[in-house]
Design a protein around this ligand. Structure first.
Ligand SMILES: *[C@@H]1O[C@H](CO)[C@@H](O)[C@H](O)[C@H]1NC(C)=O
Ligand SMILES: *[C@@H]1O[C@H](CO)[C@@H](O)[C@H](O)[C@H]1NC(C)=O
Ligand SMILES: *[C@@H]1O[C@H](CO)[C@@H](O)[C@H](O)[C@H]1NC(C)=O
Length: 508
């Protein structure tokens, strides 16, 4: 066979191993057609990409990004967000079509989101659905309809935020519906009333500078809600993923559940592993509000030991996915972060939550692998990197028939890194080099040991750092109709603690 493209001299990493040297990847019609030696015939017209001894990993799947939602009018468009994705080695994003509380149906939100994304994306993309008004019609009719007609196979629910949060009963109703349909339920777990009480107290005492955001959402609020989410899921035997976890105790709850083989998955994000709440105090010249950039929820935590605990969770397999939770808000804009400067007075509780991180997600984690650090310093292996950044998300979200692995027949979505030690790969993260539409990065000044040199989407080079930079075009990214997800951790059918066998049959 003559290939369209052949990648040579790379070290291919899968979710379980690093393949032997000398293997080449032959790409035909956007798919991986062959992995073998000497794929190039002497008369071949294939384009050759020389990985020059660099590692070759599956294109990143960022399964938690917010792009151009109605509640965040500044920051990114679909074009700028997905442009930054490919510049950071990510070839697929999953973003949120969000039902508004007063809406009876979820379908208008899906339609409107398609209209925003259509023809704009540099990478492939799918939608999760945020449900904020749980009705029987949505549970019985609309969820099955979006599953079959749109390939939307995951739902995100909130336990906090007034306009979005659900009661425990509604959380249970959605978990049950999703369980029946084989959809994945994602949960933002923070105790809303705890947070609201603390915010009231802080405001009464005029403690409203950005730093108090971290005081307003203490770890215990996450711990309690995470344990509650797990208990709700256990009651109805439903698989869940708890998004953006930042607290060791909450992760311990997940780990305990996983040990009992419950299908409880956990996600964490770069900002919780690299940044501390001190960042919220940061000033810049005369700008006392500067720290508001780093307001996100859950908030950045206080101590190095918080970060270390999460790194242990990465190392010991408690986390299923590493996502950016990219939530773009321009800092210096009256509808961006600065909406929280009310008549010149900082009010952290009015600042939109979230930090950008789509482009920096892969390099930050890659730098902590054995590819970049001696094995006693490294936080994870390269196969673990592949699991956390691509393979597990593909399984959990119903893309494991085409994405998340370098395997014959799969989409040729591939990230090629610089050879180890190549100075070109050693990058200090700086806003001025990034491709998103936001005016800052929370990771400014952090040095990473490697950066994606090429990003390939369905066989096309869409990022070529040493020459064209962004080499693809907007609109090349396709909407992904997804299959039902697989359970990655644990299994269904466990009897809940204290229940007898078959007891659920009386009521479920
Ligand atoms: C949720 O949808 C129902 C219709 O199914 C509607 O009557 C209700 O007002 C909506 N809820 C809110 C909070 O607007
Ligand atoms: C908070 O600020 C307001 C307005 O400046 C002032 O009237 C009030 O006394 C302050 N409260 C406290 C507890 O400092
Ligand atoms: C794994 O790491 C998490 C997070 O630090 C911790 O709670 C858990 O106890 C660890 N589990 C094992 C088995 O090492």
């Amino acid at each position: 066979m003559d290939f369209d493209t052949v990648i040579i001299n790379g070290l291919i990493v899968t979710a379980s191993e690093i393949l032997p040297e000398g293997l080449q990847i032959g790409i035909k019609d956007g798919k991986i057609a062959s992995i073998g030696r000497k794929l190039l015939r002497s008369d071949s017209s294939a384009r050759v990409i020389d990985a020059a001894g660099g590692y070759v990993t599956p294109g990143g799947i960022d399964s938690h990004v917010h792009i151009a939602q109605d509640n965040s009018p500044t920051g990114d468009t679909w074009e700028t967000a997905t442009r930054s994705a490919v510049a950071g080695g990510t070839t697929t994003v999953l973003a949120f079509a969000s039902q508004k509380r007063h809406e009876e149906s979820v379908l208008p939100a899906v339609k409107a989101y398609h209209e925003k994304a259509n023809g704009q994306a540099h990478c492939d993309y799918g939608f999760h659905l945020i449900v904020s008004n749980v009705t029987t019609d949505i549970l019985n009719n609309e969820l099955p309809a979006v599953l079959s007609s749109e390939g939307i196979t995951s739902v995100k629910l909130y336990m906090t935020y007034e306009p979005l949060k659900l009661t425990d009963k509604d959380l249970l109703h959605v978990m049950l519906a999703c369980r029946k349909l084989g959809m994945t339920t994602m949960i933002h777990a923070e105790n809303s009333d705890m947070i609201s009480l603390v915010i009231e107290g802080l405001e009464r005492n005029n403690r409203t500078e950005p730093f108090y955001h971290a005081i307003a959402r203490p770890r215990i609020a996450e711990d309690e809600a995470s344990y509650r989410a797990i208990s709700l899921a256990e009651l109805v035997d439903a698989p869940i993923l708890i998004v953006h976890m930042s607290s060791e105790k909450a992760v311990q709850h997940v780990r305990d559940a996983q040990t009992r083989l419950l299908p409880i998955h956990a996600e964490t994000c770069p900002h919780y592993l690299f940044l501390l709440s001190d960042e919220l105090r940061s000033c810049h010249g005369h700008d006392q509000f500067h720290g508001a950039r780093n307001i996100c929820a859950p908030p950045l935590r206080h101590s190095i030991s918080d970060l270390e605990a999460l790194w242990r969770g990465i190392a010991n397999g408690s986390f299923t996915v590493w996502s950016s939770d990219h939530a773009p808000h321009t800092y210096d804009h009256p509808l961006g972060k600065k909406i929280g400067l009310v008549n010149g007075i900082p009010r952290f509780s009015k600042v939109p939550n979230g930090v950008p991180g789509l482009e920096t997600r892969l390099p930050l984690l890659f730098s902590q692998t054995t590819a970049c650090l001696p094995s006693d310093k490294a936080r994870l292996s390269l196969p673990q990197f592949v699991q956390l950044t691509a393979a597990n998300a593909a399984k959990l979200y119903g893309l494991a028939d085409r994405k998340g692995a370098i395997t014959i027949g799969f989409d040729a979505d591939i990230t090629i890194w610089y050879p180890q030690g190549d100075p070109k790969g050693q990058v200090e993260i700086q806003q001025k080099h990034l491709h998103h539409g936001v005016d800052f990065t929370p990771f400014e000044g952090i040095k990473v040991q490697n950066w994606p040199r090429y990003t390939i989407l369905r066989g096309e080079v869409v990022w070529d750092r040493d020459s064209a930079g962004i080499a693809g075009t907007k609109g090349f990214g396709q909407y992904l109709k997804r299959n039902k997800g697989q359970i990655v951790v644990g299994r269904l059918g466990q009897t809940a603690e204290g229940m007898s066998e078959g007891e659920r049959d009386f009521w479920m």
